[in-house]
Design a protein around this ligand. Structure first.
Ligand SMILES: NC(=O)C1=CN([C@@H]2O[C@H](COP(=O)(O)OP(=O)(O)OC[C@H]3O[C@@H](n4cnc5c(N)ncnc54)[C@H](OP(=O)(O)O)[C@@H]3O)[C@@H](O)[C@H]2O)[C@@H](O)CC1
Ligand SMILES: [K+]
Length: 495
């Protein structure tokens, strides 16, 4: 199919870029592909039009801004006029502010008989589609008042909401989201995926995400640089460890999980069972002596040790290939003794929950660890700085630099960072929403490490397995989904 037929796809690439990178290289990518930016804008308009037509849109409202994102909107509007689709264009900025290709697109729209209207004249009408062509890759800061007013006015409208390139208010580089951003049902993004659309609250604002590469994907990829991947399920499943038919449990790694302070047996048990389900050969637990029988109960494959003093733990550490510290650990004197012993351990460690809180108190790097903080823990590790929830890339990268560790910043679109490399998890599921979910994740990652995956691979695959299992469990259980409901699904995903 030719580009001019307006193609777009659900099949998203496995690489994402900063929005600035797209801005920087789009012109050269167009030239290297034998075309121009103006032609790309036409292609963008055509892809939007095809999408709207495929959704049987009959009466469309388009909000426009003052940059090239508006240009895409005018191209769409012009095509609607020609196709006799009823179109209303509401200019939230004076059209006289438009420049270059966007100004030309506006002229083309006017020459086709189109006129722009003010917000006041369109608010009393209803539409079956509302299109946001206000801001795209050029957006920074906060939304201006008139844009917020327009979006808020139609917030509860049942119309299908389509964002052009990026929902206005979302920063395509940092994933920061302004209050009152456009809430799209569908986002058609151009040329390449922008990393800021894929993590935190941004995916909720994008809705269904589609891509039209405008015929310049290859030229763009040659020119551009990114350290950010968006790995797909097929690739991730290929990373799963394969156990040889004649393998023995000792060849599949020995994980020791340290946690479960007085009265807190549940978290470490969940992590330990997740580790078994992920295929670790041997799984030991070092817990407070009071919890020993509770942790063992009903899961007799575990080797559970009641540990009172550091020397007892050190003996167990000597036999482990991978250690998990944190689930249900607490922060009392017993917890601090256990933590201090594990901190001296030279092997691979997954550090979660109170392990992270104790690490935050000492603020020392932990080179061989994978840290799995949620936003609150990440903030504590960074010294309670002024980070807001949106600055996910910056937080994860700073954690990786300060602690020289592999970081999993949990939440929707979890970020997995190791030095300069970033993977974004595709699962839209907020798998951390209920108790014990984080404990299960730390167990899965440790189980994968024990079977020989690298830190970055184990963290990435672990987050994927966890998110997929949570999605599958939620389908069965909805709000009643428990962390332990994930186990049966983990077994299915591990194959
Ligand atoms: N080049 C091409 O031909 C192609 C481009 N394409 C399309 O172009 C889009 C990128 O276009 P763009 O670079 O013009 O940026 P865009 O997001 O439209 O707006 C920038 C304007 O908004 C303003 N502004 C920013 N933040 C603001 C704020 N908080 N509050 C108020 N104003 C704010 C900013 O003002 P300034 O900061 O410069 O003063 C500037 O005037 C891209 O997403 C894609 O849709 C595709 O069609 C492919 C071909
Ligand atoms: K937009």
């Amino acid at each position: 199919m030719s580009i001019l037929q307006g193609q777009y796809t659900h099949n998203l690439p496995q690489i994402a870029y900063c929005a600035q990178e797209v801005k920087l290289h789009e012109e050269q990518a167009a030239l290297n592909s034998g075309t121009t930016l103006s032609e790309l804008m036409q292609r963008a308009g055509h892809a939007l039009f095809e999408l709207a037509r495929n959704r049987a849109v009959k009466n469309i409202l388009i909000f426009t801004g003052k940059g090239n994102n508006a240009g895409d909107g005018f191209m769409l509007a012009k095509r609607c006029l020609h196709a006799q689709i009823h179109v209303t264009v509401c200019a939230l900025f004076e059209p006289s502010l438009l420049k270059g290709d966007a100004a030309e697109a506006y002229q083309l729209f006017c020459r086709s008989g189109g006129r722009v209207v003010s917000l006041r004249s369109c608010i009393d009408h209803s539409y079956d589609a509302i299109v946001d062509a206000v801001f795209g890759t050029g957006f920074r800061g906060d939304l201006p008042e008139q844009v917020k007013e327009a979006f808020n006015h139609f917030k509860s409208s049942k119309a299908w909401k389509l964002a052009v390139d990026i929902p206005s208010g979302v920063n395509g580089t940092t994933a920061e989201v302004s209050p009152d951003s456009f809430q799209a049902d569908t986002t058609l993004t151009f040329i390449a995926l922008k990393q800021g659309m894929l993590t935190g609250n941004a995916p909720n604002l994008c809705g269904e995400l589609l891509l039209a590469d405008l015929g310049v994907a290859d030229a763009f990829a040659e020119l551009s640089h990114t350290n950010c991947c968006y790995p797909g399920g097929k690739y991730l499943r290929s990373l799963r460890p394969v156990r040889a038919a004649d393998s023995y449990k000792n060849q599949c790694g020995h994980v020791l999980l340290v946690g479960g302070g007085k009265g807190m047996a549940g978290a470490i048990r969940l992590a330990a069972e997740a580790c078994l389900r992920t295929g670790a050969g041997l799984v030991s637990v070092a817990t407070h002596p009071e919890n020993q029988s509770a942790v063992l109960h009903g899961r007799y494959e575990l080797m559970v040790h009641g540990v009172a003093i550091a020397a007892e733990l050190e003996a167990l550490l000597n036999k482990a290939d991978v250690v998990v510290i944190g689930p249900g650990l607490g922060q009392d004197a017993w917890a601090k003794k256990m933590y201090a012993a594990v901190k001296k351990y030279q092997g691979l460690v997954v550090c979660d929950a109170d392990g992270l809180n104790l690490l935050a108190q000492s603020h020392l790097p932990w080179h061989r660890a994978i840290l799995t903080p949620h936003f609150g823990e990440a903030k504590r590790l960074l010294g309670n700085s002024t980070f807001n929830t949106s600055k996910r890339f910056e937080m994860a990268e700073q954690l990786s630099a300060e602690y020289a560790a592999c970081i999993v910043l949990k939440g929707p679109g979890s970020l997995i960072v190791d030095g300069k490399r970033i993977n974004i998890n595709r699962s839209g599921c907020s798998a951390m929403a209920s108790a014990g979910m984080g404990d299960v994740l730390s167990g899965i990652i440790a189980g994968l490490l024990a079977q020989g995956l690298s830190r970055f691979e184990a963290a990435t695959l672990g987050v994927y397995i966890h998110g997929l299992a949570a999605e599958q469990a939620a389908r069965d259980g909805q709000l009643g989904t428990l962390a332990s409901d994930l186990f049966v699904h983990i077994r299915g995903i591990m194959g």
